[in-house]
Ligand binder design. Structure first.
Ligand code: GDP
Ligand code: MN
Length: 396
């Protein structure tokens, strides 16, 4: 589950990570109030208005702007709230902005120039260790840094059973070229960041930029946080941060009915039981010259109700030209599933695309007969290859 910048910063701050202070606003008037309050609390003269959407690169799309007085706060907040923000990380249609974060300006002048760094904490699945990735090249697209100047990206591996060691935090501060107060601040920042990452059960914390202010404070200016969905039951307060306006509609709906669904770009919808078979089915679709429109694991109980919910989800996608149902009847009997499909089909009424059903396992033959006799636009096959051929046929 992804979070908004302001939510990520809240979590960071609760573990002692220094952040750029901000207050969320839903309207320009609220933004002005937020700005006044921030000036009282932090003494900031200027403010930054930041669109809150689940996408990076907001600055490039005009979703992050500096306001030098309250009139500008009101005007910029008015421009950004309600806008369709298009960034390198959104689709071409962009994302609607519902709220902004009004923050203090932390790039104020002083004894030294503000410096931007990149830092992220994530799991290295290859060796089962946590990893801090960091770079002196902050504030810009890290993928581009990785491509053009990979030697400017450092990695620090952390054994989860030992945790982050003091020498590792110092090494990071050293590699970032820091000394004196900034060096100490950075070691504190890194330790707190690592603690936030592990204690929140996150799979990613990306802070770009981490800022060294002109008076040598180290603070998080941005925060991209991905929480591990499988650990959310331990964090009811984080679960409450979910903003479904930012999520894929079909995926939200699938979750509500307990289906494992991931929306994809292709033209063949699929409904499968078991994740492994689902992956194999997606390969099969590609081999037959199609592209999977989704990943969908209906799980162990493929009864009429679930099958209908699954069909409805798949049919919402206008790109879908055919549906391939691939169910292995192990615990669940094929004839039961077949009956479920027939019932669901009748309950939906008109299904606008052909359906290819492969049922294999217990009572597969009875199931095939049930479907063949139903008189519906459903093609029943038993072998994998037959299914592929049939997909190819209905697509051409
Ligand atoms: P992103 O574009 O979605 O990654 O959003 P960020 O939160 O990283 O902000 C984008 C850019 O806005 C940063 O890289 C900074 O250059 C700029 N920015 C952010 N906060 C401030 C601030 O307090 N003052 C000024 N002058 N610029 C800021
Ligand atoms: Mn950023």
């Amino acid at each position: 589950m992804n979070l908004h910048e302001y939510q990520g910063k809240e979590i960071l701050n609760s573990f002692g990570v220094e952040i750029q202070r901000g207050i969320v606003a839903q309207t320009p008037a609220e933004a002005v109030e937020a700005a006044k309050k921030l000036t009282e609390e932090t003494g900031t003269g200027w403010h930054v208005i930041k669109a809150q959407v689940h996408a990076g690169g907001r600055g490039k799309g005009g979703g992050v702007k500096l306001a030098k007085n309250l009139q500008e706060v009101e005007q910029i907040a008015g421009d950004i709230i309600g806008m369709n923000l298009i960034t390198p990380q959104t689709s071409a249609e962009g994302k609607k902005v519902h709220q902004v974060l009004v923050t203090e300006d932390v790039y104020y002048p002083g004894d030294s120039e503000p410096e931007e760094y990149y830092m992220s904490v994530l799991l290295n699945r290859a060796n089962g260790k946590n990893m801090i990735m960091y770079s002196t090249e902050g504030g810009m697209d890290i993928e581009k840094v990785a491509e053009d100047t990979p030697h400017l990206i450092f990695h620090e591996e952390i054994d989860p059973s030992l945790g982050l060691m003091g020498f590792q935090a110092r090494k990071i501060a050293f590699n970032l070229g820091l000394s004196g107060k900034a060096f100490k601040e950075m070691t504190k920042f890194v330790s707190a960041l690592y603690k936030a990452y592990t204690n929140s059960d996150s799979s990613l914390f990306e802070i770009n930029p981490v800022l060294k202010t002109s008076d040598d404070k180290i603070i998080a200016v941005d925060a991209k946080v991905t929480l591990d969905d499988n650990a959310l039951f331990r964090h009811k307060d984080y679960e409450a941060m979910r903003d479904i306006r930012e999520e894929n509609e079909a995926e939200v709906e699938a979750k509500a009915v307990g289906l494992n669904y991931v929306d994809l770009d292709g033209n063949v919808g699929c409904m499968v039981n078991g994740a492994g078979l689902a992956m194999a089915t997606m390969d099969l679709i590609k081999q037959a010259g199609g592209e999977p429109a989704n990943f969908l694991d209906v799980g162990g109980t493929a009864d009429a109700e679930r099958v209908e919910a699954a069909f409805n989800l798949i049919l919402k996608d206008p790109n879908v030209k055919a549906i391939l149902v691939n169910i292995f009847g192990g615990i669940v009997r094929c004839d039961r599933v077949a009956q479920g499909i027939v019932d669901a089909y009748k309950s939906i009424g008109t299904v606008r695309v052909p359906i290819i059903v492969r049922l294999q396992g217990t009572n597969a033959d009875i199931a095939k007969k049930l479907i063949d006799d139903s008189g519906l636009d459903v093609h029943s096959v038993i072998e994998f290859q037959e299914a592929a051929d049939k997909v190819q046929e209905v697509l051409s």
